[in-house]
Design a protein around this ligand. Structure first.
Ligand SMILES: Cc1cc2nc3c(=O)[nH]c(=O)nc-3n(C[C@H](O)[C@H](O)[C@H](O)COP(=O)(O)O)c2cc1C
Length: 322
């Protein structure tokens, strides 16, 4: 299946693994790329630019296929050396970057000069238009269903994807709520050139999170997520546990970052992925968990999605118009 995305990124299948804090490490990235999709390392999971260089080198030991690096610009308590991370990406010879969180315009000239293709991930058609204007190559549009930062406009993919496709001329990747062939075929029908998946890839054999997290995902339904940090205009979709409930309760009574901050601290969330204690911290997951029932390896997952997409298109859909 060839689309603008497979051609632009030099990949076999129109599937991208979105950047995932604490999850997007070398083993998963290489497994996704070896399966013919695009693996994406998460820059800020590494403690610094030097560690990122080493992690990029580790991916190269495991795959000779294309892969990317995600650079997320979000409000943080400690300043992040973005320019140094960017230079580590460029100097390591990585040719695909996924940006997210904020406008990447400051870094565009350096990426462009190095021949890096930029996928910018955003949550509204307005931001997609802006991304096109500043020269990104591909826009990844993340619907309200998605794990993590959903934005503040709450537009589900069914509307968001075609609205974005209508408003930009660059290729669009559909993101948020995708996990199987039905989603891929629907995204193509809506005008996207491929799909981006986070939660689905987090629940694979090669994903570096604790097995108990993967099991929790397979047991959870589409109603088991919760939106936190809306009061701070930093809305995030996370797993529904007692702690995320406490955050929402605090927000309802007008608590500020000083009270909420300790509950949502990154280190606590990271601990969950390492020790598998699903109640021990806030952790990111999308509504698609309701459709995830197994923990396949990346090759089987990507292979199955592509096989079933072909059958769906040439079988059920074709028979409707035959
Ligand atoms: C555990 C986890 C961590 C994530 N961290 C990031 C991140 O650091 N930067 C980013 O741009 N997106 C992040 N995302 C969002 C994904 O890249 C992707 O956009 C999203 O998962 C798509 O929705 P889905 O989970 O329904 O597939 C994260 C997602 C998950 C599940």
């Amino acid at each position: 299946m060839q689309t603008a995305i497979t051609r632009l990124l030099g990949i076999e299948h129109p599937i991208v693994q979105g950047g995932m804090q604490w999850v997007g490490r070398a083993e998963l990235v290489a497994a996704v790329s070896n399966a013919g999709a695009l693996g994406v390392l998460t820059a800020l999971t590494q403690p610094g630019p030097e560690a990122l260089r080493a992690e990029i080198a580790r991916v190269r030991e495991m795959t000779d296929r294309p892969f990317g690096v995600n650079l997320t610009f979000l409000p943080t308590l400690k300043p992040v050396p973005y320019t140094e991370y960017r230079d580590a990406i460029i100097e390591s010879g990585v040719k695909i970057v996924e940006t997210a969180g904020n406008n990447p315009s400051e870094h565009m000239p350096a990426f462009k000069a190095a021949g890096v293709r930029i996928i910018h991930k955003c949550t509204t058609p307005r931001h997609a238009r802006k991304a096109q204007e500043i020269g990104v190559d591909i826009v990844s549009i993340d619907g309200f269903e998605c794990a993590g930062h959903v934005g503040e406009n709450d537009i589900p993919g069914l509307i968001l994807i075609p609205a974005t496709v209508e408003q930009v001329t660059i290729p669009v990747i559909a993101s948020g709520g995708f996990g199987d062939a039905r989603g891929l075929v629907a995204a193509l029908a809506l005008g996207a050139e491929g799909i981006n998946m986070g939660t689905r890839f987090m629940c694979t054999q090669e994903s570096p999170v604790h097995h108990a997290i993967k099991e929790a995902i397979t047991r959870s339904s589409e109603t088991d997520t919760r939106l936190i940090l809306r009061s701070l205009r930093n809305t995030s979709r996370v797993w529904k546990n007692a702690l995320s409930g406490e955050v929402v309760s605090l927000e309802k009574v007008g608590a500020g970052i000083d009270q909420i901050g300790p509950l949502v601290a990154g280190a606590k969330g990271r601990g969950v992925y390492e020790n598998g204690d699903v109640e021990g911290g806030i952790w990111t997951v999308g509504m698609i968990q309701g459709l995830i029932q197994d923990i396949p390896n990346c090759r089987d997952l990507v292979g199955r999605i592509m096989d079933q997409a072909h059958s769906l298109i040439s079988g059920r859909l074709s028979s409707l118009v035959a």
